[in-house]
Design a protein around this ligand. Structure first.
Ligand SMILES: CCCCC/C=C\C/C=C/C=C/CC(=O)SCCNC(=O)CCNC(=O)[C@H](O)C(C)(C)COP(=O)(O)OP(=O)(O)OC[C@H]1O[C@@H](n2cnc3c(N)ncnc32)[C@H](O)[C@@H]1OP(=O)(O)O
Length: 280
């Protein structure tokens, strides 16, 4: 039913080639011929950490779906245990200044595209989804998660502050009080806890079940005229999108200041070591 790569994800644009990146394919898009619903699969092993290339390819895929008037989009992962580990820490550790700038601007762009897309969007969260992974999930309209994984904005636990648009997205998803608790604690919710707090909408028994549930959610919109649907969605979401659009440069400078702070660099080094040691 879902034909692979019917919508081709464009390879990296010229401005990325100058960083010597290879044009690996980190995103697969398949479209259900009958329903017109697309499955966008992140496939950057091992943990779908969001580097410049994955972010750019996701943004391109979502924009292509918009242009092709897709009927709905399901975001998921090729991994069996991780939806996305969030931002690729290697992009922020001892960064090349031009690349890290591009990295952040591309992340802003991806968020504005996903948060404001006109088609119904569902995250089929088939693995852990911390930090940036949680942001992607929350930016969709509906979330279905598999058991025994974790999700949340854990930035404060890492000694950093989630950007204001991450915070706004969480506040819009679970409400002020619960967002305040979750953000200040840097809390990672288990699947069950996430369901209870409203961070996810359903629990699925398998990835296939999650996709079936996502299809069902999107199917409800078949009877709703698309334009009123989109306008209603954007009435709720456009204020935060516009806020970031207007303050993109300020937000970038704040990020660059934090990343280039020697204390952050030391923290990143220790965090990377701790991630590696967990395995030993
Ligand atoms: C973090 C400081 C940022 C400073 C910037 C300042 C400011 C502003 C804002 C930034 C906002 C940031 C939001 C983010 O998204 S930061 C990223 C936060 N992510 C995490 O904390 C998740 C870390 N990862 C994990 O907890 C686990 O990997 C996970 C539960 C996802 C999966 O566990 P599993 O056991 O399956 O896999 P591992 O063995 O742990 O990992 C495999 C491999 O991948 C490497 N890795 C994991 N996560 C990341 C990552 N986010 N970036 C880069 N690399 C990552 C891990 O080190 C292993 O590598 P190797 O040992 O095989 O080489």
């Amino acid at each position: 039913m879902y034909s692979r790569t019917m919508l081709k994800v464009r390879t990296l644009s010229n401005n990325l080639k100058m960083y010597g990146s290879t044009s690996s394919n980190f995103v697969n898009v398949s479209v259900n011929d009958k329903s017109g619903v697309a499955i966008v699969t992140m496939q950057r092993e091992p943990v779908n950490s969001l580097n410049l290339e994955l972010i750019t390819q996701l943004k391109t895929a979502l924009s292509d779906l918009e242009r092709n008037k897709c009927r709905g989009m399901i975001l998921t992962s090729a991994s069996k245990s991780v939806f996305s580990a969030g931002l690729d820490i290697m992009e922020m550790y001892k960064p090349n200044q031009e690349r890290v700038r591009n990295f952040w601007l591309s992340l802003q762009d991806l968020w504005m595209t996903l948060y404001g897309c006109s088609y119904p969007s569902v995250a089929a969260i088939n693995g852990h989804s911390p930090a940036g992974g949680c942001l992607l999930s929350m930016s969709c309209e509906y979330r279905i998660m598999l058991p025994n994984f974790t999700i949340g904005l854990n930035e404060t636990k890492l000694g950093i502050i989630a950007p204001s648009w991450f915070v706004a997205t969480m506040k819009n998803t679970i409400g002020f009080r619960k967002a305040e608790m979750a953000l200040t604690l840097g809390f990672l919710f288990t699947t069950e806890e996430a369901l209870k707090v409203g961070l996810i909408d359903e629990v699925a028994s398998s990835k296939e079940d999650a996709i079936a549930k996502a299809d069902k959610f999107i199917g409800q919109f078949a009877k709703i005229p698309p334009q009123p649907r989109t306008i209603s969605k954007l009435m709720l979401r456009s204020k935060d999108i516009e806020t970031l659009r207007k303050t993109k440069e300020q937000d970038l400078q704040a990020f660059l200041q934090v990343v280039n702070d020697p204390k952050t660099q030391k923290g990143l080094e220790l965090y990377l070591e701790s991630l590696k040691q967990r395995k030993a």
